[in-house]
Design a binder for this molecule. Sequence first.
Ligand SMILES: *[C@@H]1O[C@H](CO)[C@@H](O)[C@H](O)[C@H]1NC(C)=O
Ligand SMILES: *[C@@H]1O[C@H](CO)[C@@H](O)[C@H](O)[C@H]1NC(C)=O
Ligand SMILES: *[C@@H]1O[C@H](CO)[C@@H](O)[C@H](O)[C@H]1NC(C)=O
Ligand SMILES: *[C@@H]1O[C@H](CO)[C@@H](O)[C@H](O)[C@H]1NC(C)=O
Ligand SMILES: *[C@@H]1O[C@H](CO)[C@@H](O)[C@H](O)[C@H]1NC(C)=O
Ligand SMILES: *[C@@H]1O[C@H](CO)[C@@H](O)[C@H](O)[C@H]1NC(C)=O
Ligand SMILES: *[C@@H]1O[C@H](CO)[C@@H](O)[C@H](O)[C@H]1NC(C)=O
Length: 413
Amino acid sequence: MASYTFVFLLLSALYISAVVAAQQRSSNIGLGSSLSPSSTNSSSSWLSPSGTFAFGFYPKGNGFAIGIWFAQITQHTVVWTSNRDDPPLSRNATLLLTSDGRLILQDTPQGKEKSIADDSQSASWASMLDTGNFVLYNSTGKIIWQSFDSPTDTLLPGQRLVSGKELFSSVSETDHSTGIFMLSMQSDGNLVQYPNENPQTNSKAYWASGTYGQSDNVTLNLDDDGHLYLLNNTGFTIYNLFAGKPTNRTVFYRVAIDVDGIIRVYSIIMNQKNKLWSINWESPINKCEPKGICGFNAYCTLLNQTAICNCIPGFSFKDESLHSLGCELKINNEGYRNNTMSMLENTVWEEDLYYAILSSKTERDCKEACLADKYCEATSFQDQKCRKLSFPLRYGRRTLDRPTTPIFVKVSM
Ligand SMILES: *[C@@H]1O[C@H](CO)[C@@H](O)[C@H](O)[C@H]1NC(C)=O
Ligand SMILES: *[C@@H]1O[C@H](CO)[C@@H](O)[C@H](O)[C@H]1NC(C)=O
Ligand SMILES: *[C@@H]1O[C@H](CO)[C@@H](O)[C@H](O)[C@H]1NC(C)=O
Ligand SMILES: *[C@@H]1O[C@H](CO)[C@@H](O)[C@H](O)[C@H]1NC(C)=O
Ligand SMILES: *[C@@H]1O[C@H](CO)[C@@H](O)[C@H](O)[C@H]1NC(C)=O
Ligand SMILES: *[C@@H]1O[C@H](CO)[C@@H](O)[C@H](O)[C@H]1NC(C)=O
Ligand SMILES: *[C@@H]1O[C@H](CO)[C@@H](O)[C@H](O)[C@H]1NC(C)=O
């Protein structure tokens, strides 16, 4: 009986490792293989063995981009994009694993080439793995380049964000060019979210793990069960973002810094008919906190957990369909400015946002000092201190949970 159980366990173990091996085995892409967006002679993507991931051309704007996406999910979910800020590629583009082992893109009438992967070593074959990693191997089977080493806005299970690297949000759900937010795995051990602006100063951070100084070489890791955490140099978990959930092979996780600057852990059940991502965890901040979400001269109001952008008085949106571009002064067609100061209450702005500070006895004196100064566009008055502000005003957000100093904006009537 005991030995029967043993044999049974052994066989199950063998069976499980065979299944694992089969799932990790990749279909190899040989030298001379190519892809093109309009698949008349060749295909437009290479699939992983189980068909979960595809590497190749996906639509971008009026053309195409090269990337990796979930191939079995109707919600188009891109996890990596090559040269994400390049303009869309034409229908004539070709992606080629050359006979001398380089992964290149040809997209000009002259056939000019662009490297997609590091070409300091020549590849012998490539593979789209079921983990979502696209890999180039040399002749001895060693990995010489992998997409997992240059994440864009997403990490997949088994992929890590190493010390000194960042994830950048995308412009929109359909345009995966670099957007306005970043998540930085700093070399000081702190994991920090910033607006994507230089320099990244402490006062611009809108979320941080607080693991500053704990170790160098801290990494952000995502496991198969959704566990999202920081490891220190010696492999200890020093911070948990999301604990993960007991899982089975049909559930797939990913983590991304989204267009709105919030980090989210998503999961999907792969063997369901109508597959949809569900949110398992998100950055513990409100949706108005990502600095710059509303652009210049605007402030964010949280309405039923949704970020709504508002222009300051006298301003209107640059682009009604893209509020993150901010607001600009409404054109006064009479050609002169008859200015007054308009009050805006319960808002907070960038710290130390002023170019001059003077003592004024009253709020009225402060407003008049601004009206008399052509560089002054707004003021705040507190404790007999009058702060003069110039445009653009940024990182504005409405808050009702703490006392704030009102600001007065110069408005043309
Ligand atoms: C694509 O190739 C066709 C045929 O060679 C050519 O007529 C067309 O101009 C090319 N388009 C672009 C955008 O290069
Ligand atoms: C393959 O890559 C490994 C690791 O980079 C290297 O040690 C080895 O020399 C390479 N083999 C060949 C044949 O280039
Ligand atoms: C990593 O964390 C463990 C547990 O907190 C600690 O003992 C160890 O010293 C840390 N390693 C480094 C390099 O800081
Ligand atoms: C960084 O830490 C990871 C474990 O978290 C370890 O595997 C890796 O070797 C370390 N790298 C360096 C350069 O110390
Ligand atoms: C896998 O987990 C999901 C989510 O917890 C569940 O709905 C599904 O039934 C599980 N599948 C199996 C085969 O256990
Ligand atoms: C708030 O949002 C939730 C979920 O999106 C929705 O069900 C609810 O009706 C909304 N409430 C109001 C007052 O808009
Ligand atoms: C300027 O605006 C004020 C307040 O709205 C108004 O009383 C005044 O008549 C205006 N002056 C001119 C010259 O338009």
